[in-house]
Design a protein around this ligand. Structure first.
Ligand code: C2E
Ligand code: MG
Ligand code: MG
Ligand code: MG
Length: 290
């Protein structure tokens, strides 16, 4: 039933839509507090080099465990933060936490290779984004090589190539590499690959799911990897969940594989041991395909 007592606008919303909106507004308010109180954490997911069975890097993923609501997934709170604009504060916090952890691991001599940080297009277009990036690097006294910025394909939707090229160049000028996330999931034109200075491609999970059972899917991934390798990108394949998927992907040629088969995203404190386990426990991948 339409709500009629809330002013003129309200009559256009069904009560179900209104409930959804109310819920989003409530969550957004909770998120504001969580950011201010630094209740948002980051977890890390290992990326494994298939040729050497060693660590290639880690992706930082935002985690929100609310005291009364429990775990709230990024799939839920990131879009809300993007529509309210809080993604800028959230992204700034995540970047800062990643740099802090990088400094800590450097000090402990844990060779994490790099930490990849997801940056929303909305944050990327802030005029002070490069300053925010530099501030976090400087605060913890780390060099740009410790960090990779991941940008999703959706960045192409409403921005011109020239502007994207400029911001990519500014990021790389700080020594930070740039990765194109969720590649192949929908938006990017292949032409961009040739013209924009991305360092890394992350192949979307949709290319990988059940790949061991699908010949045509194997052809598609082989083609995408051929193109990416031919153009000189570092390539990460995302979302490998099973031994069979890893086995097929490994045979195709990429620099790293990231997925639940190797490890779920985990708390920083668990990462060094987890990485030791993975690189010790999964040698059969290397052995079988040799
Ligand atoms: P993404 O950047 O593509 O990150 C990979 C997502 O896939 C993560 O989900 C990860 O947990 C999940 N994943 C990794 N391996 C597997 C697998 O084998 N199977 C399956 N089914 N999933 C796998 P998560 O952590 O829930 O994050 C979802 C998305 O939310 C991310 O996708 C990213 O777009 C966004 N996100 C997460 N943290 C941040 C952040 O700090 N800032 C921004 N702007 N976005 C973030
Ligand atoms: Mg990502
Ligand atoms: Mg991705
Ligand atoms: Mg994604």
């Amino acid at each position: 039933k339409a709500k009629t007592n809330g002013g003129d606008q309200a009559v256009f919303f069904s009560s179900e839509m209104n409930d959804v909106l109310q819920d989003q507004i409530r969550l957004d308010r909770m998120l504001k507090i969580a950011i201010e109180e630094r209740e948002i954490e980051i977890y890390f997911q290992p990326q494994i080099s298939p040729s050497t069975n060693s660590l290639a890097g880690l992706e930082a993923l935002a985690r929100w465990n609310h005291s009364t609501e429990g775990y709230i997934s990024p799939g839920k709170f990131i879009p809300i933060a993007e529509s309210s604009g809080q993604i800028v504060a959230l992204g700034t916090l995540v970047l800062d936490l990643a740099c802090q952890q990088a400094a800590k691991w450097n000090e402990e001599n844990f060779d994490f290779k790099h930490i990849s940080v997801n940056v929303s297009p909305i944050q990327l277009w802030q005029p002070n984004f490069i300053d925010v990036l530099k501030n976090s690097l400087n605060r913890y006294n780390i060099s740009g090589e410790n960090i990779i910025i991941e940008i999703t394909e959706s960045v192409f939707v409403d921005h011109c190539e020239h502007r994207i090229a400029k911001v990519l160049a500014a990021i790389r000028a700080v020594g930070v590499k740039v990765s194109l996330d969720d590649f192949g999931s929908g938006y990017s034109s292949l032409g961009y690959l040739n013209r924009l200075p991305f360092d890394q491609l992350k192949i979307d999970r949709s290319f990988v799911t059940d790949i061991d059972k699908d010949q045509r899917k194997q052809q598609v991934l082989q083609g995408v990897l051929g193109l990416g390798n031919g153009l000189g990108f570092n390539i990460v394949v995302e979302g490998t969940e099973t031994y069979e998927e890893v086995f097929v992907v490994k045979g195709m040629g990429c620099h790293a594989i990231q997925g639940f088969y190797f490890a779920r995203p985990s708390h920083a404190a668990r990462i060094p041991n987890m990485v030791r386990e993975i690189t010790r426990k999964k040698p059969e991948i290397t052995a079988l395909s040799a």
